[in-house]
Design a protein around this ligand. Structure first.
Ligand code: FAD
Length: 335
C-alpha cells in the first residue's frame, strides 16, 4: 500500500505560504513515526513555478509534482481542486496535509468531497497510530475539548493545519524526483469563474507570525482613539498589533489577519502584551506559548491573569497613553 505523505504547497503569484514549509517539516516527523513509511511528496500548482522548485527541495520533499499552466496562474478553487483530485486518483497517497488558510481550506474541502474522503479541519497536532494511521487532533467548544479525528476507511486522510502550529524545519539537501503533471484534461472543464488578478493589501508593520513583540487589544480598549495608542505603542516597540474578535466587529482593528486564536493565528512571540483582553479560551489557545505574557485588565479576576507572567490591574485608557508617552521620551513612566 502506498504510504506517501503529500503536502499541498500554497503559492500566490510565485510567493509561497510559510505554512507549506511547516507542513513539509511535520510530514518528515510523521514519516519517521510510521512502521512502513512512504515518501514525502510536495504538490505545486500554478504558473511559471521553476523558481519555487529549489525551495521545495530545500525543505525535504522526496518527490515534487508540478502542475504548471497559464490557466493556473491565479488561484482558481475549481481548477486547483480538479488538478489535485486527478493526481490523487492516479497516485493514491496515504495522507494529504494542507494549510488551513483561505486558499488551503477551499482546496482541502473540495478535494475531500471529490475523492469522497474525510478532512480533519483546523487540526492543532498530528500523530501516527496503529497501521500507520493518521490521528488529527482538532479543538472543539472553543478549545475546551480536543478531539481525535480518524479517517479509517478512505484515502487519502486529509488534514488542514493552521499556520504557526508547527515550526519551520531546518533546510536540508535532498535529491527530489520531479513529475510534471499531464494537464490535458483541464481543457474539458467548464467553469463559470475567471480570476482576473490578485489585489494585495500592503502589509503594515511587522507580520504577526514573525513579530517578537505583540501588542494585543481586546474589547476593553473601548474606542478607536485608545486603539490608536495601541498601534503607536506596537510601532514604537518594533512589534505587531493583534486583537481578539470584538475589536474587528467594532471596526477598530484592521481585520481578521491580525486576530489571534482558534479562528485566528497561533503566535509564539517573545513578549505578548494584552490590553483589555478577558482571556477567553478561543483567544488563549492562540497565544499561550508566548515566552512572556503581560496583561492589563481592570478586572482582577480576569481569566487572562491565569496565563500571564505579569498582570496589571488597571484601566487601559489611562495606562496606554502613559506607556506611549514613556516610550516616546525613552524613559519609564515613573509609576
Ligand atoms: C467559534 C468561535 C471562534 C472564536 N474564535 C476566536 C478567536 O480566534 N480569537 C478571539 O480572540 N476570539 C474568538 N472568539 C470569541 C471569543 O470567544 C471571545 O468572545 C473573545 O476572545 C473575547 O474578546 P475580549 O477578551 O476582547 O472581550 P471580552 O471577553 O468582552 O473582555 C473584555 C475585557 O476587557 C476588560 N476591560 C474592559 N474595560 C477595560 C478597561 N477600560 N481597562 C482594562 N480592561 C478593561 C474587561 O474586564 C474584560 O476582561 C470566538 C468565538 C467563537 C464562538
Amino acid at each position: 500500500m502506498n504510504k506517501d505523505i503529500w503536502v499541498y504547497i500554497e503559492q500566490t503569484e510565485g510567493e509561497t505560504a510559510g505554512v507549506s514549509w511547516e507542513l513539509l517539516g511535520e510530514a518528515r516527523r510523521l514519516k519517521a513515526a510510521m512502521k512502513e513509511p512512504g515518501q514525502i511528496a510536495a504538490v505545486l500548482i500554478g504558473f511559471q513555478l521553476e523558481s519555487l522548485i529549489p525551495k521545495v527541495q530545500e525543505y525535504g520533499a522526496d518527490k515534487i509534482f508540478v502542475a504548471d499552466d497559464p490557466c493556473l496562474k491565479f488561484f482558481h478553487p475549481q481548477l486547483y481542486a480538479e488538478v489535485l483530485t486527478n493526481l490523487i486518483q492516479k497516485e493514491d497517497p496515504h495522507i494529504l496535509l494542507v494549510g488551513a488558510t483561505v486558499q488551503g481550506s477551499q482546496v482541502a474541502a473540495a478535494v475531500g468531497a471529490k475523492v469522497k474522503t474525510g478532512v480533519a479541519a483546523h487540526a492543532v497536532s498530528l500523530r501516527i497510530e496503529e497501521n500507520d494511521r493518521l490521528v488529527a487532533v482538532v479543538p472543539a467548544f472553543g478549545g475546551k475539548v480536543l478531539g481525535d479525528i480518524l479517517i479509517p476507511n478512505t484515502r487519502p486522510q486529509i488534514a488542514s493545519i493552521k499556520p504557526g502550529i508547527f515550526r519551520k524545519p531546518e533546510k536540508m539537501k535532498i535529491n527530489s524526483q520531479f513529475f510534471n503533471i499531464d494537464l490535458s484534461f483541464l481543457a474539458e472543464i467548464k467553469t463559470g469563474l475567471k480570476p482576473l488578478g490578485v489585489i494585495r493589501e500592503e502589509p503594515r508593520g511587522v507580520p504577526l507570525e514573525e513579530a517578537e513583540i505583540i501588542v494585543c487589544g481586546g474589547w476593553g480598549i473601548g474606542d478607536k482613539v485608545t486603539w490608536n495608542y495601541l498601534e503607536i505603542l506596537a510601532e514604537k516597540l518594533g512589534g505587531a498589533v493583534a486583537c481578539t474578535r470584538p475589536p474587528i466587529d467594532e471596526g477598530w482593528a484592521p481585520g481578521e489577519h491580525v486576530m489571534i486564536g482558534t479562528s485566528g493565528k497561533t503566535v509564539r512571540p517573545k513578549i505578548y502584551l494584552g490590553f483589555g483582553v478577558s482571556g477567553a479560551t478561543h483567544h488563549i489557545c492562540g497565544m499561550k506559548d508566548a515566552e512572556l505574557i503581560i496583561s492589563v485588565n481592570k478586572d482582577e479576576q480576569a481569566e487572562i491573569f491565569k496565563v500571564s507572567d505579569l498582570g496589571i490591574v488597571g484601566d487601559v485608557k489611562e495606562i496606554l497613553p502613559l506607556l506611549v508617552q514613556a516610550v516616546n521620551s525613552g524613559k519609564g513612566t515613573g509609576d
